[in-house]
Design a protein around this ligand. Sequence first.
Ligand SMILES: [Zn+2]
Ligand SMILES: [Zn+2]
Length: 337
Amino acid sequence: MKAAVIYQVGDIKIVDREIPAPAPDEVLIRVKACGVCGTDHSLFVGAYPANYPVIIGHEFSGVVEAVGNAVTTIQVGDRVTADPNRVCHKCDFCRMGSEHLCENARSMGVHIDGADAEYCVMTESNVYKLPDTVSFEQAAFCEPLACANHGIELLDLRLGDTVLVLGAGAMGNLLLQCCKNFGATTIVVSEPIDMRREKALENGATHVINPTVQDVDQELRKIRRIGADVVIEAAGSPKLQEASIYYARRGGSVLWFGCAPQDQQASINGFYVNDAELKIIGSYNNLFSTQIAIDLIASGKIQVDNLVSHHFALQDYLDVFKVWGGKDTLKLMVNTD
Ligand SMILES: [Zn+2]
Ligand SMILES: [Zn+2]
């Protein structure tokens, strides 16, 4: 089978690999669609730790081609997506119900082979069936949406809240839609790229700010004098993390959702955090929210169709990071058929 393998920082090749054989508790999936995540790019530039060489990709969907002999709930021919993080079910974190914090977690496309390939294997307990009404491309958004939903669940969002989202990439667009569903009535989005601000408005933002020509704090305070109840940093930028605490109202919450480079620091004034009684919350992966993500997409409560900006065939994966970060980009989608 063809697979996009990252060998080391900056080095991805399309290679031929053996089709993996499913273990007794595993499912072999013929991949149909796989979204490109910021994490994939971070692997490519060395900003996120990974086990090289590894097949990249973890936001995927496909059709079950074969099942191991202990598999009981999934059948050949099922249309599926998966939570790409295998956990041990044995460590202290798994035993306290925080499986996403598992000390022995192995994530597809990071520690174990991923889904930018014609086939991949996943444990049965990570695989979820799709309704016929959800397309493969829509289903490739289940993993990022599950992560967005997890982040929002960590906040104490209330009906009528004012939310500021910093960054309107695919994640920012999913996060703002989650906030809308949770009852936020004022959703302000700061984003330098014109096309992304337009998408944010299409997806439910009530106000947008262009931080390259507008002062974010001034614009925010015209909308809400005391600042936002909730600020979500969705860009993974230490500079934005630093700024984010000053956009929250006293007693408000700040969610650091974006994955910042592992070797960079954010500098925070501890006095201010105390004095304003801020909650600064990190968010990592997802916890039992894959089925929720499927249901949100199937019901139309979260829309993802306008978030795909580019399609790539698997054999053209090398073009992905040439396009990455451009002004016309949002979610890049790899189609394996
Ligand atoms: Zn992802
Ligand atoms: Zn564990």
